[in-house]
Design a protein around this ligand. Structure first.
Ligand code: SF4
Length: 398
């Protein structure tokens, strides 16, 4: 396929594909899916080998947000029955982080709901970063606290934050459809503040919110323009009780095509498979490891992921290896001028909830009789609200 040969050549040269080529990846058929994965996999292996970076989410403050991001279970007016709690104490956050590190995570992502932190919140998070770094040698810490005000990025950097996450989530053209309390430019500005303060930027997207292929390509190109070190790709988890609860728009095949497109546009950037992995990729999760070089271990902010030990088994079974703390994530040419490579949050701040759609075929000996089922099959059974770990008395999943 000429398209894939061209994209592999460009990816190996770190050359940006055209918008048309990115759109063409999303338009490939299910028959071409393994060719697409194989092609993007060559680019992934060129820059990241067979390594998988593990990240671990700690939700420092859950729910009761005054913002109205429609995809988020923590939003204003959300009826989702998620855990709601205020700031975790530094020691409790550190214990949660330690469970992730013991499970193999090299980065801990500290996330708090809300429009953005107050200066007092920055103090709290600074204490938490200090506790985590003291008790977990060599761990990378990413903060994800919403929109930053003047001077806060610098204070977080001084406190030891290696990275800051703030997702663009969707295209600028459709941002107003998913949120009215802040806009796309606010998000861009926060990512730029984090970069200017010397933190590694992590910024990504949420797919499956009803956006068009053009929107997906737009947001990925906007991210590429911002040049973060890490791009988390979330698949919407349509939580009951949120405005997007009925948006079951993804199949495992579609999710894989989206990940491949992101890899071609961001060949040498950490592409992180984030929230919605289990819900939308389901048994196809191992194929995604050929596209992304980073995932979250265990649970997400407000939903439960598969058991951490199953994440590790999946990585080993698929022939990949967990990236150690002695290995730098980004390729050498991207390390210049950025402390290292780092990425942000999974379901974080823009969270993710969602559910997949899958295509099934009627059992038949004659393929001509096979009638595909609608692509929008809902799998609410796979959306599991988090009831363990941070904010509960139960041990975390790591
Ligand atoms: S994504 Fe962040 S800012 Fe938006 S509603 Fe959720 S917690 Fe609030």
């Amino acid at each position: 396929m000429d398209l894939l040969n061209t994209l592999v050549d460009k990816g190996l040269r770190r050359e940006l594909p055209t918008r048309e080529e990115a759109l063409a990846v999303l338009a490939t058929s299910d028959d071409e899916l393994l060719d697409v994965v194989a092609a993007a996999g060559k680019v992934r292996r060129q820059w990241f080998g067979r390594r998988v970076k593990l990240n671990y989410l700690v939700n420092l403050k859950s729910g009761l947000c005054p913002e109205d991001c429609s995809y988020c279970s923590q939003r204003l007016g959300s009826k989702a029955e998620i855990l709601k709690y205020t700031w975790l104490k530094p020691d409790d956050a550190s214990k949660a982080a330690a469970a992730g590190v013991a499970g193999g995570a090299k980065r801990v992502c500290l996330v708090a709901s809300g429009r953005g932190p107050t200066d007092k919140d920055v103090d709290r998070v600074s204490e938490t970063i200090a506790a985590i770094k003291e008790q977990n040698e060599g761990v990378e810490v990413c903060a994800c606290l919403g929109l930053l005000s003047d001077g806060q990025a610098g204070r977080l950097r001084e406190a030891g934050a290696d990275a800051y996450n703030h997702n663009l989530n969707t295209s600028e053209a459709t941002y107003g459809d998913i949120c009215t309390t802040h806009d796309f430019s606010d998000r861009v500005s926060t990512v730029q503040q984090a970069q200017a303060a010397g933190m590694s930027a992590c910024s990504g997207l949420i797919a499956g919110m009803g956006e068009s292929d053009a929107d997906l390509v737009d947001v990925v190109f906007a991210l590429r323009e911002l040049d973060p070190d890490s791009v988390p790709v979330n698949f919407l988890i349509p939580f009951e009780g949120t405005p997007l609860a009925k948006e079951w728009n993804l199949t495992p095949q579609r999710a894989l095509r989206i990940l491949a497109m992101v890899r071609f546009v961001c060949p040498d950037i950490e592409v992180r498979l984030a929230g919605g992995r289990e819900v939308h990729l389901r048994s196809m999760q191992p194929l995604a490891l050929h596209l992304v070089n980073s995932i979250f271990l265990g649970d997400y902010l407000t939903s439960e992921g598969q058991a951490g030990k199953d994440d590790l088994a999946m990585i080993a079974d698929a022939g990949f290896e967990v990236e150690g703390t002695d290995t730098t994530t980004l390729p050498e040419h991207r390390r210049q001028g950025c402390g290292e490579a780092h990425g942000g949050c999974g379901e974080a701040h823009g969270a993710c909830g969602e559910a997949p759609a899958e295509t099934t075929a009627a059992a038949s000996d004659d393929v001509s009789d096979v009638v595909p089922a609608p692509a929008e099959e809902t799998r609410r059974d796979l959306v599991s609200v988090r009831r363990r770990g941070a904010g509960t008395d139960l041990p975390p999943n790591a």
